[in-house]
Design a protein around this ligand. Structure first.
Ligand code: HXC
Length: 296
């Protein structure tokens, strides 16, 4: 779709780049010539992904470092080290956390678990990177990965809907505040692009691979889920220099799903106590497995 050297010379950081959508976007940035940096909480997963992507690409550079974006000092320290080596040209705010739950069942720690990653963490990284761009007079492109519920709200994922809506507001606000500086900020709102991490917490018990293969799976007007290449192409386009006038936008890539009305999780309103208990324990066992991986 693009010239192979479209992103040559660009240095792009992808948060949460070890897995899921972050890994997929990194794949395309690398393919189009960028130097990619990925960060996340699990060093081993990042290392595996970096090696896999470089091998698949037959070269190129994917660097990795462990970073929990919930800690503002850790974030600023890591970004300082990155800039000491060379300034970034792009940032993808992809790291996120989410799980479905009845809102009345959430503890304040459950709310904070999502808000501290999506709302606070995304701001910390954006602030840390962009203030350096402004100091250096360096151009930069930021993309945040949001969801279409920034326009519709979303039942049973209220902390995510609130936090991602805040990042949508940040996108609009900073595009106007930094318009003259060469720092652009946009967002992508992907519809269903099945990944292991999101599916385990948002559609527990369902197989993300099956969702990809089954064209009738989605109630989507196009009758299918999204393909990673489609997301990768949009992210690549937003990172490129040809669309500098595109600023402050959140772009849905969802096969027009959210335009059909009701929000995705409304069907969950029919579930009772026992079903919610089962969902909660399935998600918790996923979280425990992930934590065990982080501590190894
Ligand atoms: C109710 C829950 C819960 C659940 C966790 N909690 N899961 N409450 N129902 N299913 C509560 C816990 O009980 C605890 O509160 C609090 O949340 C913190 O839990 P921890 O496991 O200690 O949190 P932590 O280790 O910080 O993990 C963060 C996490 C986890 C968000 C909970 O899921 C995670 O690390 N996720 C990262 C990956 C991820 O979520 N990927 C999906 C992203 S999809 P108490 O009070 O009991 O101590 C996405 C949007 C997709 O972002 C859009 C698609 C259209």
């Amino acid at each position: 779709m693009f010239k192979e050297d479209l992103l040559n010379g660009k240095r792009i950081l992808v948060t949460g780049g070890g897995t899921g959508l972050g890994k997929e976007m990194s794949r395309y940035f690398l393919k189009y010539g960028a130097e990619v940096l990925i960060c996340g909480r699990r060093g081993e997963v990042l290392e595996q992904t970096a090696n896999e992507l470089m091998e698949e690409n037959g070269g190129g550079s994917v660097k990795h470092f462990a970073l929990d974006i919930r800690g503002p000092q850790d974030v600023d320290g890591a970004i300082e080290e990155v800039f000491q080596e060379a300034p970034l040209d792009g940032l993808v705010n992809n790291a996120a956390g989410n799980f479905i739950s009845r809102t009345e069942d959430l503890s304040h720690r459950g709310f904070d678990a999502i808000a501290s990653i999506v709302f606070h963490g995304t701001f910390y990284v954006t602030h840390s990177v962009a203030k350096r761009w402004l100091e250096l007079g360096h151009k930069g492109s930021i993309i945040s990965i949001l969801a279409t519920w920034v326009w519709t709200g979303s039942a049973f994922t209220v902390p995510s809907a609130m936090s991602k809506s805040a990042i949508h507001a940040m996108t609009q606000s900073l595009a106007t505040e930094w318009g003259k500086t060469g720092v652009r900020i946009n967002a992508i709102a992907p519809g269903p692009f099945p990944t292991e991490g999101a599916w385990a917490r948002l559609s527990p018990g369902q197989d993300p691979d099956k969702a990809t293969q089954d064209p009738s799976y989605s109630s989507n007007p196009m009758g299918r889920v999204g393909q990673m290449e489609e997301l990768g192409n949009l992210a690549t386009f937003l990172m490129s220099d040809g669309c500098d006038y595109l600023n402050g936008q959140t772009i849905a890539i969802d096969g027009a799903e959210y335009l059909t009305g009701g929000t995705f999780y409304r069907a969950l309103a029919a579930l009772g106590d026992e079903e919610w208990e089962a969902i909660r324990s399935t998600i918790k066992s996923t979280n425990e497995k992930d934590k065990a991986k982080r501590s190894t």
